[in-house]
Design a protein around this ligand. Structure first.
Ligand SMILES: Cc1cc2nc3c(=O)[nH]c(=O)nc-3n(C[C@H](O)[C@H](O)[C@H](O)COP(=O)(O)OP(=O)(O)OC[C@H]3O[C@@H](n4cnc5c(N)ncnc54)[C@H](O)[C@@H]3O)c2cc1C
Length: 451
């Protein structure tokens, strides 16, 4: 009889599926439970940036998976490298995929589909509560079913149902609201309009206006290469966003779009294009960001957490998925080496890993908060410039990251350090770790055909 552990994975997102694949490769049995009813049931978000993806995944994925760059790259079929551009007033900072700065922007849905290859995900299973004893752990689902294993890993994201079991307190005592009004919209651009946006940044670009930042990203390209699915995200600095009667909580899609459109009028037309082409029905509902400064966890035994469940962070540096993948691969090796007959030594290693995961995440959360502060200053500088008749956008270098993509790799180590002190590993390299200032962007080198 096998003495390997049987693993329950709660959450079939990036971290959960990476863990599943890595366990599959190492011959460990597992079950994945996901509340969504299919890969596509939630729309599943947009694109995300991975820094040095080949090193990140290493040899963790089984050989029957399609190649990451071919299967999930968001620019496919266009022959363009992933590229992000920060427009900081008159300055431009760029990151482009190259041997020196290997980075890839992937379509989230394609990444999820790739990571789900060969995994029998149990869709429509929303975990509700967990019970553990000396011999086993059981997850109970909202549909009345349950599953039992030797160890349970919560990979169920920001609003994790497993975190309260591990931290022994509710999420409401842990999660903190980011002080931003966030409006997100989607549109499609064809032909020359698409070409113009690609020229401004193949993958995405970010800029700052009075009191807000604007991120515009390409999600995917049509098969005939003539059309791009775009999304944009405007974050307006607002310390009152948590108030019960805040306008953003009840605003209609039309009102959100109007709010965003009024703000982008300070920019030249190409920066306004995606917003101006967006229909109200393609503006998302109320979106808020949460993070949580969890300094450490109580001792864990059969239940642990990784990814956003362990370190929910603002998307400012674009590195949450990188953490989730790293956490999962490391954990899979600990689980694979474990033996049921010596659970005590597994427990010790699981605890070390859990503390390290939380501590590393903690550093990134602090770094992410510093980036949001930077963005706030850049937006205030833009406001001052607008009042004085100057060009919009702040002065100075790029922020340490943008929502959904790049980051200049803000300083490692925490300003103020986490409670409890001690060694804190630096955050991993995030997507835009090595942006460089450029006078002109390189020519696109391709044309997008009109119909
Ligand atoms: C706007 C934005 C842009 C971002 N851009 C980047 C980027 O460029 N680079 C980067 O590295 N990171 C980026 N991130 C962060 C990244 O998306 C997350 O850190 C990453 O998805 C975390 O992976 P995860 O597996 O922990 O959680 P998720 O990928 O969120 O997966 C959690 C899964 O658990 C499921 N689930 C939740 N509750 C339950 C339950 N009770 N029972 C069963 N299933 C459940 C959910 O449905 C979901 O599928 C961005 C985030 C945002 C918001």
């Amino acid at each position: 009889m096998s003495t390997k552990l049987h693993v329950l994975i709660i959450g079939g997102g990036i971290g959960g599926l990476t863990l599943a694949q890595s366990l599959r490769k190492q011959g460990v049995t597992f079950e994945v439970f996901e509340q969504d009813t299919s890969t596509t049931s939630r729309g599943y978000g947009f694109a995300l940036g991975l820094y040095d993806p080949d090193t990140l995944f290493g040899d963790a994925l089984p050989d029957d998976l399609p190649k990451l760059r071919d299967a999930a790259g968001h620019l496919t079929p266009l022959p363009l490298a992933s590229q992000a551009v920060f427009y900081m007033g008159p300055k431009k900072f760029m990151l482009e995929d190259s041997t020196e700065t290997p980075c890839l922007r992937v379509n989230r849905l394609k990444l999820r589909e790739l990571l789900a290859t060969g995994i029998d995900v149990q869709w429509g299973k929303e975990a509700d509560r967990i019970e553990e004893d000396d011999d086993k752990v059981t997850a109970f689902f909202k549909d009345g079913t349950s599953a039992t294993g030797d160890v349970l890993i919560g990979t169920d994201g920001v609003h994790s149902s497993v975190r309260p079991h591990v931290l022994k307190k509710p999420n409401s005592e842990v999660l903190e609201l980011s002080p931003n009004v966030i409006v997100v919209g989607e549109t499609k651009l064809r032909g020359k309009e698409f070409e113009q946006q690609l020229q401004m940044g193949h993958s995405c670009y970010m800029t700052f206006g009075p009191g807000f930042s604007l991120f515009v990203g390409l999600n995917r390209v049509s098969e005939d290469s003539k059309e791009g699915d775009y999304y944009w995200l405007m974050a307006g600095n607002d310390d009152t966003v948590g108030q019960d009667d805040h306008w953003a909580k009840t605003a209609t899609a039309e009102e959100r779009l109007k709010w965003a459109l009024a703000k982008v009028q300070v920019f030249p037309p190409p920066f306004r294009k995606t917003l101006e082409k967006t229909k109200a029905e393609d503006v998302k509902g109320n979106i808020v960001w949460h993070d949580a400064l969890i300094p450490s966890t109580p001792a864990v035994s059969r239940v642990a957490i990784l990814g956003d469940a362990a370190h929910p962070m603002p998307p400012a540096r674009g590195e949450g998925a990188i953490h989730a993948i790293q956490d999962a691969i490391k954990l899979s090796k600990i689980i694979s080496a474990a033996d049921k007959t010596d659970f005590a030594s597994f427990k010790e290693k699981l605890n070390e890993w859990q503390q390290e995961v939380v501590a590393t995440g903690h550093e990134s959360i602090l770094a992410g908060r510093r980036v949001l502060e930077f963005a706030k200053k850049a937006a205030a500088a833009a406001a001052a410039a607008a009042a004085g008749g100057g060009p919009p956008g702040g002065a100075g270098g790029p922020p340490g990251g943008v929502p959904g993509s790049a980051g200049a790799g803000g300083p490692p180590g925490g300003a103020g350090g986490p409670p409890g002190g001690g060694f804190r590993p630096p955050p991993p390299k995030c997507w835009g770790h090595s942006t460089k200032m450029v006078d002109e962007l390189p020519p696109l080198g391709i044309t997008i055909a009109e119909d």
